[in-house]
Design a protein around this ligand. Structure first.
Ligand code: HSE
Length: 342
């Protein structure tokens, strides 16, 4: 299985680390033999149609930016789009930074991959939040798979849990803490009485926050995840503009202290209930299983038969999210092996 990796930030590096490690440990799953044939970044690409060896992947990572400086396989100035168009591969892994204004350049990367008959695995929320119904249709039309399990919950398999493990049930509602940064900020404010600004500065220092902190604190990141859950799990056809969204800027230390007196706290909750998709700071009891601290994420699925099921785990991080990419690659491999197109 030949892979073109587009984007070489923390998730991209995590993907090469995981695949190189598997190759060295000779892990075999149903004949899954992934080969990264190209990595495209903003400066150009490294391309080896026979596959970049684990040693080469390590060398590229050590050298860092610009990747096109590689003496053996570097190609300065070639665009990711050109790489997708011209390099032979079965899968494009798209892990460029999120852009929720127009979804670019990821939308163009994904559509070009589809047009050239390549499956896509992405961790990029932008294209899905803005155009998920259109992208899933385009994938079907081109007879290729689109997988995106790292977009919600990072390494924690929230989408798979709902889609597969709860397949025999009917999901009536979803509520969750889907953003690590805001959970960290609210936890710091309520447990350690740190101010909003100081907690945000800490979250940025620790590397949890998005490049543009408004993505996290104004609830856009959670809203993107709500869109993905609503479409993929609850068969809705919504985009970002359909989510009623409030962030955590207005949450005060006083409100958190008042909530604590009632044995509750305030969390940024993303929810889908009936026709309503929402992101809102919400008071919840400390005994609610959703009430997790720090950067953890948690999601509760309310089902018709099995009542409430809650999944808790890390919702961010390079290597964690890269493990979701590997999960998607294995899923596509299994589907191709059994020739089941869904
Ligand atoms: N900034 C996001 C978070 C990253 O804090 O959860 C994962 O989507």
């Amino acid at each position: 299985m030949r892979i073109i990796l587009v984007g070489y930030g923390v998730v991209g590096k995590g993907v090469t680390t995981i695949l190189a490690r598997r190759a060295m440990e000779k892990v075999s799953d149903y004949g899954f033999n992934p080969k990264i044939v190209a990595i495209a970044d903003v400066d150009g690409a490294v391309i080896n149609p026979r596959g970049l060896s684990p040693e080469k992947l390590e060398e590229i990572k050590k050298r860092g930016y610009p990747i096109s400086a590689d003496p053996d396989f570097g190609k300065k100035g070639i665009s990711a789009l050109e790489v997708i168009k011209t390099v032979e591969a079965e899968i494009v892994v798209e892990v460029t930074p999120v852009n929720i204004k127009n979804g670019e350049p990821a939308i163009s990367h994904i559509t070009e991959a589809f047009k050239t008959g390549k499956h896509v695995v992405t961790t990029n929320k932008g294209p899905l939040a803005l155009a998920m119904p259109a992208l899933t249709e385009l994938a079907e039309y081109n007879n290729v798979y689109l997988r995106f399990s790292g977009t919600v919950g990072g390494g924690t398999p929230m989408l798979e849990f709902a889609k597969r493990c709860l397949a025999g049930d009917r999901i009536l509602a979803i509520r969750g803490i889907l953003n690590g940064t805001t959970n960290y900020i609210l936890t710091e404010m309520s447990q350690n009485h740190v101010t909003f600004q100081d907690a945000l500065a800490n979250a940025q220092k620790l590397g949890y926050a998005e490049k543009e902190p408004s993505m996290d604190i104004d609830g856009f990141d959670t809203a993107c995840k709500v869109v993905i859950l609503a479409n993929w799990i609850m068969n809705k056809k919504i985009t970002l503009k359909d989510v009623d969204r409030t962030g955590i800027r207005e949450v005060t230390l006083q409100q958190l202290q008042d909530a604590a007196k009632r044995n509750s706290t305030i969390k940024l909750i993303g929810s889908i209930e009936g026709d309503k998709a929402m992101v809102k700071p919400t008071e919840i009891p400390l005994t609610n299983p959703l009430c997790v601290s720090g950067v953890l994420n948690a999601i509760t699925f309310s089902t018709e038969y099995a009542a409430e099921q809650t999944l808790i785990g890390r919702g961010a991080g390079g290597i964690e999210t890269a493990s979701a990419v590997l999960r998607d690659l294995l899923d596509i491999r299994r589907k191709l092996a059994t020739k089941l197109l869904t």
